[in-house]
Design a protein around this ligand. Structure first.
Ligand SMILES: CC(C)(COP(=O)(O)OP(=O)(O)OC[C@H]1O[C@@H](n2cnc3c(N)ncnc32)[C@H](O)[C@@H]1OP(=O)(O)O)[C@@H](O)C(=O)NCCC(=O)NCCS
Length: 191
């Protein structure tokens, strides 16, 4: 059985393994997925295996696989990248490679679980990200999880024939703790 690193309501997060290489290659070569990830060159199995190998013992980059518990299958990944000890921050990344699972609230759940890991387990102070303005679904997920916009890099990326603006967003540990206590309080009121 796969080790579970963090458990949510519908999702479990587990560490990546070499056995994931093939499915990752399928996900990251799917243009519907990769158009939002800024990668426009084909990903090979060899490259992906090498990348996974490099993640062993890599404390600065924590990549986790989202497993749909009821379906018992991996559907995507989340990552805390470039963790920096002095600044206690990381860059958040997410992709649900199995498109049939989009728009079911799983992206939001995975984002919130990753923030729990970032702030409660790893004691980070800031989680930041970049998202294309052409990706309103992701922006909505980040806003609902508590990320705040910090600015826009105008025409920051060339994606498939045009420049797109890139929104920078971040959430601080103190903001996340306030949100968490407000959620807990509203749950108490409802019981
Ligand atoms: C982005 C992604 C992680 C979101 O996960 P998801 O499970 O599909 O999203 P959720 O169902 O949790 O939430 C989607 C939200 O966006 C809203 N939404 C969906 N399409 C939308 C659109 N075109 N415009 C505005 N909002 C939209 C939904 O109504 C929902 O909001 P709500 O919770 O207020 O109802 C997932 O779709 C994905 O992996 N996409 C491809 C890769 C990617 O874009 N990664 C992010 C790169 S920054």
């Amino acid at each position: 059985m796969d080790p579970i690193y963090h458990r949510g309501q519908r999702l479990d997060l587990r560490p990546i393994s070499m056995a994931d290489a093939e499915i990752f290659v399928r996900w990251f070569n799917d243009p519907d997925v990769s158009q939002y990830l800024g990668r426009d060159v084909p990903l090979t199995l060899e490259e992906e295996k090498k990348w996974i190998e490099g993640r062993v013992g890599d404390a600065a980059n924590q990549i986790l696989v989202m497993v749909h518990r009821a379906e018992r299958r991996p559907i995507g990944t989340v990552g805390l990248h470039g963790m920096s000890g002095q600044n206690r921050k990381a860059v958040f990344g997410i992709q649900i490679g199995e498109k049939e699972f989009w728009n079911q609230g799983l992206g939001r759940e995975a984002t919130e679980l990753t923030l729990e890991i970032a702030f409660d387990r790893l004691n980070l102070n800031r989680v930041e990200l970049e998202v294309y303005e052409t990706n309103p679904r992701a922006i909505r997920v980040y806003e609902r999880a508590g990320f705040r916009a910090e600015g826009v890099a105008r025409q920051g990326r060339w994606i498939r024939g045009r420049y797109v603006d890139v929104r920078r967003m971040a959430i601080l540990a103190e903001e996340w703790r306030v949100r968490k206590s407000l959620t807990a309080a509203s749950e108490v009121c409802q019981t």
